[in-house]
Ligand binder design. Structure first.
Ligand code: ADP
Length: 449
């Protein structure tokens, strides 16, 4: 019977080639194992040699540039797989047989062809058989019918339809199959995209919730931070008003306290202002050739009584740096403030600078409480405090380090921290000596978000 249809082999070569050449979906995935259904139909219609020949010539692949050896491999693999399937099928049944004979024949042929295809992949890519089978179906959204064996089932009606009705019904069947499979894959792809979108949305919502909580906590901490110095200022002003005849030494001491507390408020207002400017892209860093030595000395001077605890370790002959001295001063000032705040007097803190190749390395070291390792990633987050309780010993609203990181970023540098619990912390800022993207002499860098 198979011999009668030999002249139509060219038609099947054309069908197979057409299915192979259907452009793959833009979103990836093979979408084309419909070719397997055609190979099964060919295996049922033709004896092994003829079926192998049809498969060999029909296995054209224009997708991607296949090296000649790989293309030969593909063609030969199609030949062997289809010829083997045809051999098994014709040993058990004929395409005209009733279904009870046809089905076992088809089942054995399709299973053999599927396994032979996988074995070809194993031989070519040296992957284990299980993995090769999984990979053949990996792009299939549904276990059935889009998998290889699932697609093979369509070879059965295609072969019978061809014998009964001729070419066009087969073309329509296979066309519908390509369309259905493409649609399936597209739906699957969109499902994946939607899931990814949903996940992104959920992550954004969680982040917003976290920020909302942090802001709520910030308001409480900030209110506390404003209240404490204000209470002290009002208290000492009241004392000075009530007992103005106090001796000058005591008056001076009280005024000193009032001044310190007012400065604390001023520092808080400055931090909030800088944070707001950074947030809205309103901070302009002005790059000029700057003496880091001078910046460091000014920062230490500004520390008041605490400056006695700071040891300066500046390498000799430090070069001038193209940077914004004001921002750098704020960075080092904040780091030193923390070092002094989180290490008990009279322990010394260190501010050091040295040159390393075309970079300047600045560090602030203390011998204080240190920071627990799991917190190291979070201390640079805005409003984050390791101890956020009202009873924490040190003042602050959790803004200092986030400002430091953003300012260092604006200066084109990096910051890192090393800390050991109970032994102290070391913050290291690395700055480019000459920032290639910024001209010296005053170009303004606007930071937008
Ligand atoms: P704060 O206003 O609370 O000091 P920062 O942003 O400056 O906020 O610091 C965040 C947290 O990092 C602080 O609450 C503190 O727990 C921890 N921290 C910062 N610097 C040090 C340091 N030198 N030693 C120990 N802990 C520190």
């Amino acid at each position: 019977m198979a011999e009668q249809v030999h002249p139509t082999m060219l038609v099947w070569v054309a069908i197979l080639a057409a299915v192979e050449l259907v452009p793959p979906p833009a979103w990836g995935g093979p979408g084309l194992s419909v070719a397997f259904a055609v190979q099964v139909a060919v295996a049922m219609l033709y004896p092994p040699a003829a079926a192998g020949a049809v498969a060999f010539f029909g296995a054209v692949q224009l997708r991607g540039r296949r090296p000649l050896a790989a293309a030969w491999w593909d063609h030969s693999q199609a030949l062997v797989v289809t010829a083997a399937g045809s051999g098994v099928f014709h040993a058990l049944a004929s395409v005209h047989d009733p279904w009870r004979r046809l089905l076992p024949g088809y089942g054995a042929a399709a299973a053999l062809m599927w396994l032979a295809g996988a074995a070809g992949t194993v031989l070519r890519t040296r992957t284990p058989l299980r993995e090769a089978l999984a990979r053949m179906n990996a792009a299939s959204p549904y276990r059935f019918p889009a998998t290889f064996p699932g697609m093979g089932w369509f070879g059965l009606p295609a072969a019978r339809l061809y014998l009964a009705e001729g070419l066009w019904p087969v073309v329509i069947l296979l066309g519908l199959l390509v369309y259905a499979r493409t649609t399936c894959l597209k739906a699957w792809h969109q499902r994946g995209e939607l899931a990814a979108l949903l996940e992104r949305e959920q992550r954004a919502a969680a982040e917003l919730r976290r920020l909302d909580q942090a802001k709520g906590q910030f308001v409480a901490v900030a209110a506390h931070e404003v209240r404490t110095p204000l209470t002290a200022i009002l208290g000492y002003v009241a004392i000075l008003r009530r007992w103005p005849a106090n001796d000058p030494v005591t008056t001076d001491r009280y005024l000193g306290i009032v001044e310190r507390q007012a400065n604390r408020l001023l520092g808080l207002a400055d931090s909030l202002l800088t944070a707001a400017r950074l947030e809205h892209g309103g901070l302009a860093a002005v790059f000029r050739w700057t003496s880091v030595e001078e910046v460091c000395k000014e920062v230490v001077e500004g520390l008041g009584d605490d400056r006695a605890r700071v040891r300066l370790d500046l390498a000799p002959d430090l070069p001038p740096v193209s940077t914004d001295g004001r921002c750098l001063g704020q960075v080092l000032g904040n780091l030193l403030d923390n070092a002094l705040k989180y290490s008990p007097p009279p322990d010394p803190c260190e501010l050091g600078v040295r040159q390393e190749a075309d970079q300047l390395v600045c560090w602030v070291r203390d011998q204080g409480a240190g920071i627990p390792r799991p917190e190291l990633d979070r201390i640079f987050d805005r409003f984050y405090q390791v101890d956020g309780s009202d009873s924490r010993p040190a003042a602050g609203v959790g803004l200092g380090l986030s400002l430091v990181r953003e300012l260092v970023d604006a200066l084109g540098g990096t910051i890192s921290v090393d800390s050991q619990l109970g032994r102290g912390s070391r913050f290291t800022v690395t700055l480019p000596i000459r920032s290639p993207t910024r001209a010296e002499g005053g170009d303004a860098l606007r930071r937008g978000r």
